[in-house]
Design a protein around this ligand. Structure first.
Ligand code: BES
Ligand code: MN
Ligand code: ZN
Length: 488
C-alpha cells in the first residue's frame, strides 16, 4: 500500500471522520454543498451517530470530485487516542480494500492524527497470500493507495516516518511467523536476516560447529533430532557512537516445535510454525531501527533450531552442559525454548557489555492461560525496565504485563542428577521458565524476559490492524522502548 500525505484530496474515495453526536466536519462541508446535501443526508435517518468505527457510504453523483464518500464515526474527540486513530485507518482500509476502487483519501485533524491513521492503514493492508495460486482478480484487493489529507503535510510526514519504520518491522515479523516450516527453517531464516545488510545491518551467522566450540550444547541438543542445521543469527545495528555498549535483543527461533520425543498432540501442532515469533520480533525490530537510522547500537541475537523427534533426538533424561557451564537434566524435550535461550543469553553477556537485554519467546502455554491474547508476560527484577517496557507497550498498542520472579519458584527447578532440570512442574509454568532463564543472567545485568506465546499469533477476534494469523508482535514495542530510553 502506498501511503502519501497531501493538503487536498484527490482520490476515488474520500473519507471524513465524524465526531460522536457531532455534525458534519468542516472538511466535508464543501462536498456536501456541491452534492446538494448528500453527506448531511447520510447523517440522518439511519443509526449513524458517529460512534467509533461506524461507517456510512455515500454514492456521489456523476461529475463529483470523488466516486464515493465515507463517513466514519470517530467517537468522542477526547477519547480519540492513538489506538482509536489507528483503528479508523485500519477499518477504512478493511472496508474499502476490495471496493473495486484504487485510491482512498482520509481527512485528518492534525499531523499526529494523520500519522496514526496512516500506520493503521498500512498495517491493515497487510496480506500473506503468496501461497495461493488460484485467487481470482475479485479476490485480490483493488486499493493501492491511501492519502492523508492534512494541513501541515511536512509535520505529518515527519510524524509518520518512525511509525512507518516500526510497522515495516511488524510486517517482516508477520511474514516470518506466517511462513510454513518447510520454507522457513534455521538456514533459510538465517538467509533472510542477511537481507538486512542492504539497510546497513551487520549480519553474522554461526553454524553448529562454531556453536559447539562455544559450548552451546543446550541449544544444540534441541536441534540434534532435526535434519536441519541449527544456526545463531547475529544482527548488529551500529547507529550509535563507536564503542558505545549495545542494547541486546534475544529471540527464540524454534522454526518448528513438535515437542521432540516428548511429542505434542496432533491437533493444532501446525501452529508451532510460529514458535520462532521471538526471533521474528527481534529481526523486525532491527529492521525498524535500520530503516529509521536510529542513533543507537543494538545487537539482535536469534537462536534458530527445529525441535524434531528422530533417532538422533535428545531424550528425556539426557543431561546437557550449557555454554555457561551449568548442567541441565532434560525432563521434557518440549520445554526446549529455554534451552535455546539460555545459551544465546550467555553468548550475549560473554561477547558484549549490554546496557540492557530483552529476550522474547513463545515460551509457555501457561502464559496464554494467565494473560490470554492481549498482554505479553513480562519478567524482570528491574523496576525501571518494567516501567520502560510497560510504557512503550501502551504507546504502541503492544502491551506487556509484569509477573513475578522469586527464589520460591526457583527451587522447583531442582534436579536429582544435574544443576537443574528444564521443567518446574505444573504450577506457575511461565514463572519457572523465567526463573530458569534468570540462572543464565549475570548479577547486575538489566534484563527482561517477554513471554509472547499468547500474542505472537491470534485466531479469532482482534483489533482491525491485526489482519493476519501472525500479529507481528514486538517490533513496535521494542523500537519505541529503544527510541524513548536509549537514543540520543
Ligand atoms: N512453544 C511452546 C509454548 C507454546 C505453547 C507457545 C502454546 C505457543 C502456544 C513451548 O516450547 C512448550 O512446548 N512449552 C511447554 C513447556 C512445558 C513442557 C514445561 C508448555 O507450555 O506446555
Ligand atoms: Mn516446546
Ligand atoms: Zn517451543
Amino acid at each position: 500500500m502506498k501511503i502519501t500525505f497531501a493538503d487536498s484530496a484527490k482520490a476515488d474515495i474520500v473519507a471524513f471522520i465524524v465526531d460522536e453526536d457531532g455534525g458534519l466536519p468542516e472538511a466535508a462541508k464543501a462536498l456536501d454543498k456541491e452534492t446538494d446535501g448528500l453527506l448531511s443526508e447520510a447523517l440522518s435517518g439511519g443509526r449513524f451517530t458517529g460512534k467509533k468505527d461506524q461507517q456510512a457510504l455515500v454514492v456521489l453523483p456523476k461529475g463529483a470530485d470523488f466516486r464515493r464518500a465515507v463517513l466514519i464515526g470517530g467517537g468522542k474527540p477526547k477519547k480519540r487516542d492513538a489506538r482509536v486513530l489507528e483503528g479508523l485507518g485500519a477499518n477504512l482500509v478493511k472496508s474499502n480494500a476490495a471496493s473495486g476502487f484504487k485510491t482512498l483519501a482520509i481527512h485528518a485533524d492534525s499531523a499526529e492524527d494523520a500519522a496514526r491513521i496512516a500506520v493503521g492503514a498500512k498495517l491493515a493492508a497487510y496480506r500473506f497470500d503468496d501461497y495461493f495460486t488460484k485467487l481470482k482478480p475479485d479476490q485480490k484487493p483493488s486499493l493501492t493507495g491511501v492519502s492523508l489529507v492534512v494541513e501541515d503535510v511536512k509535520a505529518a510526514k515527519a510524524a509518520f516516518a518512525p511509525l512507518s519504520a516500526g510497522a515495516e518491522g511488524t510486517i517482516l515479523a508477520r511474514n516470518l511467523v506466517n511462513m510454513p516450516p518447510n520454507d522457513l527453517y534455521p538456514e533459510s531464516f538465517a538467509a533472510k536476516i542477511k537481507e538486512l545488510e542492504d539497510l546497513g545491518v551487520e549480519v553474522e551467522v554461526l553454524g553448529e560447529k562454531q556453536m559447539a566450540k562455544l559450548g552451546m550444547h543446550a541449544l544444540l541438543g534441541v536441534g540434534q533430532g532435526s535434519a536441519r542445521d541449527s544456526q545463531l543469527g547475529i544482527m548488529k545495528w551500529n547507529g550509535g557512537k563507536d564503542g558505545e555498549d549495545p542494547v541486546i535483543l534475544v529471540g527464540k527461533g524454534v522454526c518448528f516445535d513438535t515437542g521432540g520425543i516428548s511429542l505434542k498432540p496432533g491437533p493444532l501442532m501446525e501452529e508451532m510454525r510460529g514458535d520462532m515469533g521471538g526471533a521474528a520480533a527481534v529481526t523486525g525490530t532491527i529492521r525498524a531501527l535500520a530503516e529509521r537510522k536510529a542513533k543507537v547500537n543494538v545487537v539482535g541475537l536469534i537462536g534458530l533450531v527445529e525441535n524434531m523427534p528422530d533417532g538422533a533426538a535428545q531424550r528425556p533424561g539426557d543431561i546437557v552442559k550449557s555454554a555457561s557451564g551449568q548442567t541441565i537434566e532434560i525432563q521434557n524435550t518440549d520445554a526446549e525454548g529455554r534451552l535455546v535461550l539460555c545459551d544465546v543469553l550467555w553468548y550475549a553477556q560473554e561477547h558484549f557489555k549490554p546496557k540492557a537485554i530483552v529476550d522474547l519467546a513463545t515460551l509457555t502455554g501457561a502464559i496464554v492461560i494467565s494473560l490470554g491474547h492481549h498482554h505479553a508476560g513480562m519478567f524482570t527484577e528491574s523496576d525501571d525496565l518494567a516501567e520502560e517496557l510497560t510504557k512503550a507497550g501502551f504507546t504502541e498498542g503492544e502491551r506487556v504485563w509484569r509477573l513475578p520472579l522469586g527464589p520460591e519458584y526457583d527451587s522447583l527447578l531442582k534436579s536429582k542428577f544435574a544443576d537443574m532440570r528444564n521443567i518446574g512442574g505444573r504450577a506457575a509454568g511461565s514463572i519457572t521458565a523465567a526463573q530458569f532463564l534468570k540462572r543464565f543472567v549475570k548479577d547486575g545485568v538489566k534484563w527482561a524476559h517477554l513471554d509472547i506465546a499468547g500474542v505472537a499469533w491470534v485466531e479469532g477476534e482482534k483489533v482491525a490492524l491485526d489482519v493476519s494469523w501472525a500479529s507481528g508482535f514486538g517490533p513496535r514495542l521494542l523500537d519505541r522502548w529503544i527510541a524513548d530510553n536509549y537514543e540520543g
